[in-house]
Ligand binder design. Sequence first.
Ligand code: M7G
Length: 179
Amino acid sequence: IKHPLQNRWSLWYDYQSGKINPEHWVDSLKKVISFDSVEDFWCVFNNLPNVSNLKQGSSYHLFKDDIEPKWEHESNKRGGKWFVMVKDKSRCDNQWLQSVMACVGETFDSSDEICGIVYNSRKNGDKISVWTKTAQDEKATRDVGNCLKKILEIDQTIQYTPHEDFIRSSKGSKNLYEC
Ligand code: M7G
């Protein structure tokens, strides 16, 4: 018997070469695999190329199974993301694993608020983002941000931006919270 996770999760991948507009972005998004047990989680992660080796321009998205990893999805459109610039590339594999384990193990405070987690490999610096459901719920949103800093063992200030800004215009976004 396998050990069930509280939620079923799906891993998605996308690769963007150069500038992309929001209408075409979804075309490159591919669902790779889903899992709902501890054993299957390890099976997936033990076989997944490390984020430190991810080709620049590509991203991993790990989301609760009923949530597509895009701003427009019902569960995301009133939410936003905490994002962390990866400052020390030698720590990125471990930081990604720790934050993914906290998601699937539901050890974040206010973990019901979590939609998913993203790793972007980018020329101007890698990013880890945690997407939450309700930007207006300041308490729950801050709980997630504070937990994320502990999990990543960082003391830099991190920012939270609502997706609605991107839905209106992919250029403009303002930070709603910091922690
Ligand atoms: P990104 O990959 O989140 O971050 O967005 P980056 O700026 O570090 O590369 C890059 C571009 O991809 C955005 O400006 C959009 O054109 C497109 N894009 C990204 N996301 C997450 C979405 C999304 O959820 N929906 C849509 N329509 N476009 C998106």
